[in-house]
Design a protein around this ligand. Structure first.
Ligand code: PMP
Length: 427
């Protein structure tokens, strides 16, 4: 049993010693003291079904025994020495990661977070192209560091600082977007931005294939193919942010970009890659990596033995436990059940996503698509009462994000949907 400080005591300390910009979920924030696979436990030993995985980060499962073992064994032997010396873990992990990539994406850079990965990708794009301008989508989240903040296009996270030349194009959002699912018209907006708002040349384009923080928004089909062509013609490189969509979560494919039939020039990843370890990476082609060779690119913790051993174990567990196929199977069951629920409850405006990357958007009026912000907040609290932890997202905070650890089962999905049905019926 837990005998540490109470939730109230921790909250008081947080307020005193941690920055005021921190936020927390739930009116009475949860004190989570233990995690096991798809479950979390609070200070009173109450179990919750975790449908948000520490913000889409716990891929294999909380404290997955094989990942834990790999980290523990490496911890006993050597925790840190940096890449000024040789170590097999970083090399083995890079080899395993490269083997998961299509095309010529074979050169790996290890960092410690998604923001760092996107910073590095942006640097590579600018150096390789010789241009400055970056294009990203409205409703995107690519990080909170001072240069990735510019790529992010959701005002909740944007401090007013100089951002360099960044263009936010119309989001190809099939539900709310002005052009519906018409990828060609959205792609035309990218072309227009390049023609009217730049010298005609850009450094690069970055997008998630399913926007995570933005509320599980899947880009209009065929969009990336058209945009990659446009960006390449303008001298830029194309970056896929796989921080949330990677590692089989979408079910149909290992990487989100594959769902759009493209091969990016640079891929960034983090979160699920480490099952909770602070770990991120950038993978690119030898040609692009070559421009980095003009200087030294160094990262003290990047690819450290402990994270590399853990990351390699994550890749192995996902394959061994056939998690990608499992995500496809459980995800289609979950999405099917949510669609049936949509027939019953008018508040459900949209059910979308792939595999275990699912969004449920709530509206007060289906025709106007008015965000049901207040009701989402109530349901969110009530779902916690029923023992289910969801994520919340979208510009208006009216989207439930369901992105559990990949060991989530059909029974778990049924429990979640039944709880949501009950909570909605009580509204
Ligand atoms: N890209 C995406 C798609 C993300 O969702 C996030 C984090 N929410 C980031 C980048 C930034 O990652 P980190 O918080 O590890 O810096």
């Amino acid at each position: 049993p837990y005998n540490g400080p109470s939730a109230d005591q921790i909250l008081e300390k947080r307020k005193k010693f941690l920055g005021p910009s921190l936020f927390y979920y739930y009116q009475k924030p949860l004190n989570i003291v233990e995690g096991k696979m798809q479950y979390l436990y609070d200070e009173n030993g109450r179990r919750y079904l975790d449908a948000f995985a520490g913000i889409v980060t716990v891929s294999c499962g909380h404290c997955h025994p094989e990942v834990l073992n790999a980290i523990t064994e490496q911890n006993k032997l050597l925790q840190h020495a940096t890449t000024i010396y040789l170590h097999h873990a970083i090399a083995d992990f890079a080899e395993a990661l490269a083997s998961k990539m299509p095309g010529n994406l074979k050169v790996v850079y290890f960092v410690n977070s998604g923001s760092e990965a996107n910073e590095l990708a942006m640097l590579m794009a600018r150096l390789y192209s010789g241009n400055l301008g970056m294009i990203s989508l409205r409703n995107a989240y690519h990080g909170g560091s001072s240069s990735t903040i510019g790529l992010t296009a959701l005002n909740t996270w944007k401090y007013p600082i100089p951002e360099g030349e960044i263009h936010h194009v119309i989001n190809p959002d099939p539900f709310r977007g002005v052009f519906g699912s018409d990828a060609t018209r959205y792609a035309k907006d990218v072309q227009d931005h390049i023609e009217y708002g730049t010298s005609g040349k850009v450094a690069g384009f970055i997008a998630e294939t399913i926007q995570g923080v933005g509320g599980a928004v899947e880009l209009a089909p065929g969009y990336l193919k058209q945009v990659y062509d446009i960006v390449h013609k303008a001298g830029g490189v194309c970056i896929a942010d796989e921080v949330q969509t990677g590692f089989g979560r979408t079910g149909s494919h290992y990487w989100g970009f594959e769902t759009q039939g493209v091969i990016p020039d640079i891929v960034t990843m983090a979160k699920g890659m480490g099952n909770g370890l602070p770990l991120g990476a950038v993978v690119t082609t030898p040609e692009i990596a070559n421009v980095m060779a003009q200087k030294i690119q160094f990262n003290t913790f990047g690819g450290n033995p402990v994270c590399s051993a853990g990351g390699l174990a994550v890749l192995r567990v996902i394959d061994k436990e056939k998690r990608q196929a499992h995500c496809a199977d459980v995800g289609s069951h979950l999405i099917g059940r949510l669609r049936s629920l949509q027939d019953k409850h008018d508040i459900i405006g949209d059910v979308r996503g792939r595999g275990l990357m699912v969004g449920v958007e709530l509206v007060t009026d289906r025709k106007e698509k008015t965000p049901a912000k207040a009701k989402t907040a109530i349901l969110f609290e009530n779902m916690r009462e029923l023992g289910v932890l969801l994520g919340k997202g979208g510009l208006h905070g009216n989207v439930f994000r369901i992105k559990p650890p990949m060991c989530f089962t059909k029974d778990d999905a049924d429990y979640l949907v039944d709880a949501l049905d009950y909570a909605m019926s009580k509204l």
